[in-house]
Design a protein around this ligand. Sequence first.
Ligand code: CA
Length: 440
Amino acid sequence: MTTLNETHDPALRSWVASAHAAGTDFPIQNLPFAVFRRRGSTEPLRGGVAIGDQIVDLAELAQARPFSGRAAEALAAGSQGTLNALMALGPAHWSALRLALSRALREGTHEQAVVQICLVPQAQVEYELPARIGDYTDFYTSIYHATNVGRLFRPDNPLMPNYKWVPIGYHGRASSVVISGTNFARPCGQIKAPDASAPVLGASKRLDIELELGVFLGQSSALGEAVTMLEAEDHVFGICLLNDWSARDIQAWEYQPLGPFLAKNFATTISPWVVTLEALAPYRTAFTRPAEDPQPLPYLDSERNRAAGAFDIQLSVGLQTPAMRAKDAKAEAVICQTSYRHAYWTLAQMVAHHSVNGCNLQSGDLLGTGTLSGPTLDQAGALLELTTGGKNALQLPGGETRTFLEDGDAVVLRGWCEKPGHARIGFGECRGQVLPARTL
Ligand code: CA
């Protein structure tokens, strides 16, 4: 459990000037982790921490041995080519490293000279996946998404009877989780038109996005062990952005009876920066249930979860078509804005439920929250919902329309937290572009 401490002080100032740029995602109060190297180089991958428009190179910094105790151990672990070892150390180590870095990046510190030579401009790097992801599980924690999608298939009974009792999820595929900036070909698969007698193999015509958050797990749990609600967040290293690209036509034909398969596992894009739960502490909020809904079973309930188990993370989806790009490389249309606070199940509940049967969770495992649609249609995190199953095309600036994604379309997810009295912190971006399908 993380409470506010000196690292959250909104008055903190860094000697890295860009950490004070208006609207920066990476002030000194954030300090998220990524894995990177200089773009186009053969340098080893290593961990880094964002500050303004720079990265503190943890491998370079570790050579100078500036810290002691847990902070030094965490720094050594974070200098590796994946963050699994750092994730495995647990919250006391993560917190010690955050405090040491926060102090070393503040104005007036005697450590400035040591850290300054370890800075690498973000504009010069390429990122890799933050961890070696052993397993990826995708949840379904937005009741608005579950209801909107359910209504398309079952207008009279959109929400399944288990939804308000069980944090629903399925086991996804880790091998096709890719880092932001990776483009991918439109998937091919079996598709059956509603009026056709047989399916055909073809390129998906209903390629969609899913606006989600990704949750990187920290300390492992043992096979047979159930992680309790009180322990659950100690097993969470941090949060990134996640786009669960989905081929709706492949999904519609294959999903019964065992759920999503090839409609989902051709690509899942995550953002490079992982924001720790400690950084997000100022943006915790109460987890509430409508009075008429069933309250969570005891293994999914805790006083802490009720008081502060949810997070108010603002989220947006930007769509850039090839026509927009031709006019302006940065042009995009925002097609959705919402917040993680609307989720029906919390992070802690996902972890507690996933392990209640004794399933072991491992450092570097990735959980997806599921599409984080909010209560109103403009807060829907998938085109399937925004266009009511492809019936109502989105009107885009410049006169273009979209029901589902077309070749060349790029999608950018963004996330940030802000409120009066606290530093604004952000997640960077999660970007991917659709390339034409391979020739069959
Ligand atoms: Ca999903």
